[in-house]
Ligand binder design. Structure first.
Ligand SMILES: Cc1cc2nc3c(=O)[nH]c(=O)nc-3n(C[C@H](O)[C@H](O)[C@H](O)COP(=O)(O)OP(=O)(O)OC[C@H]3O[C@@H](n4cnc5c(N)ncnc54)[C@H](O)[C@@H]3O)c2cc1C
Length: 410
């Protein structure tokens, strides 16, 4: 594989990149997905989805393209914001996966870059760029979901360490994670938001137990994580002790923006739905009427509305990205993107379910084709979009108070 010299002009870079992708991106990955949550997740416990995912990662890594805009000293590409945008656009237009995905790159990484100590940056950022560790998110607890500041996992100071005890819940893929970024209570003085710290914890630390939660579908994407007297260096606090709430909210802004971006890029979906379009599905099952148009005016209108919503979503994400200053946190607009994107995504897959009718309820057995089995599962998964990262109601509350400046409710 040949390296390139990056031209200063982003449009010249686009041309260079186009050629490079032709020569280096494995064909089997074209026209699949290009979202920050689907591809190779890295870490010590997650295999590559395929040999071509490995090849793609191995070709991008030496150029730092797993983290295009991060500084070169961490092994990243150090591209300007404009160049990094070209990289993202060119992958998206070909529906090529990112070479590496995960919470390290889109959630804890940006937080470490802006809020982490030099020691934490030096320790973790190169491993994130290389995909050597996989991260999970330890925010929610029983009794602390939307009311996140009610969290009770305690971290008591003992010299240079904290001793952590408590429980997290709904921790996505904790069983595959090497590290967890965690909100812990370091003080019970004052407002509940005041005594929270943001702590990085090695998942192999003695005293951590991970218990997968079995869902009705049979899958276990979530875990409970129990901490029993887990010793964690005080140096692993990001930001100031007792002042982690600000860091926690900034991370959520990154998470919510990325969810919006992911949906604008077509959304993560199983391989069986790679080529799926509402139009094609409707044409196949409903067919054309005598006027040469889809023979169901209601579904026709809904498909067009969905496509228009998607086009608006893409523009909204593009505009939000263009306004975002390099290195800044996304701010409350992230709630608009998360709310609009996840509600749109849910409506889109519900419409797919209505078009599919009984077939889209297929779960198992030879009478259903793989696409329909994938569709029914994906339709159910889209319900979770409007809950993870803060529910739609929580996003509406943020939009109402932080953007529209409406008075807070009782
Ligand atoms: C797919 C998925 C992945 C997840 N992954 C993670 C993860 O990796 N790490 C992690 O920490 N958590 C994770 N979660 C948990 C998620 O963050 C919480 O489920 C979410 O914040 C809601 O909390 P809750 O489930 O306790 O519901 P509750 O907070 O009990 O809410 C129940 C209902 O009440 C509504 N409600 C609550 N408060 C208000 C209010 N003030 N105004 C209006 N309505 C309100 C909510 O909108 C919701 O409809 C995940 C969840 C899902 C679905």
């Amino acid at each position: 594989m040949s390296a390139w010299s990056v031209p200063d002009d982003p449009e010249e870079f686009r041309a260079v990149l186009g050629l490079w992708l032709e020569q280096n991106a494995p064909r089997s990955l074209w026209n699949t997905v290009s979202t920050p949550f689907q591809g190779h997740w890295g870490g010590t416990r997650t295999p590559f989805p395929s040999d071509d995912h490995r090849l793609w990662y191995e070709r991008c890594l030496p150029l730092g393209l797993t983290a295009p805009s991060w500084p070169e000293k961490y092994g990243a590409a150090g591209l300007s914001t404009a160049h990094a945008r070209v990289w993202a656009q060119e992958l998206q237009s070909r529906e090529l996966p990112l070479p590496l995905v995960g919470f390290g790159l889109v959630m804890i990484g940006p937080i470490l870059l802006s809020e982490g100590s030099e020691e934490l940056k030096d320790e973790h950022l190169p491993k994130i760029v290389q995909g050597h560790i996989r991260w999970c998110q330890g925010y929610s607890e029983p009794g602390a979901g939307s009311d996140l500041a009610a969290l009770r996992t305690r971290a008591e100071r003992d010299g240079d360490h904290f001793v952590v005890s408590g429980q997290k819940v709904w921790t996505s893929h904790a069983e595959r994670a090497d590290w967890i970024f965690c909100l812990v209570r370091t003080s019970t003085e004052g407002r509940k938001q005041a005594g929270i710290s943001f702590l990085l914890i090695d998942m192999t630390s003695p005293g951590i137990t991970v218990q997968p939660i079995q869902l009705i579908s049979g899958a276990s994407p979530f875990c409970e994580v129990f901490f029993e007297d887990v010793r964690v260096p005080v140096a692993n606090v990001v930001g100031d002790i007792d002042n982690g709430w600000r860091v926690a909210k900034a991370l959520l802004q990154h998470e919510r923006t990325v969810v919006g971006e992911s949906i604008a890029a077509g959304g993560a979906r199983p391989p069986e739905l790679n080529d799926y379009t509402l139009r094609q599905h409707a044409l196949e099952l409903i067919g054309l009427g005598p006027d040469g148009r889809l023979d169901d005016a209601g579904i026709r209108d809904e498909i067009i509305a969905s496509e228009m919503d998607m086009a608006v979503m893409k523009l909204a994400v593009r505009q939000a990205n263009e306004r975002l200053k390099a290195g800044a946190h996304p701010g409350s607009v992230s709630s608009v993107l998360k709310l609009a994107g996840t509600e749109l995504n849910q409506r889109r897959w519900e419409l797919a379910g209505r078009i599919g009718g009984l077939d889209a309820t297929g779960w198992d057995g030879p009478e259903f084709i793989p696409r329909d089995k994938a569709l029914s599962r994906h339709l159910l998964r889209s319900r979770g979009n409007t809950i993870e990262g803060g529910t739609s109601e929580v996003q509406k509350n943020i939009v109402a108070t932080a953007i529209l400046k409406l008075p807070k409710g009782p």
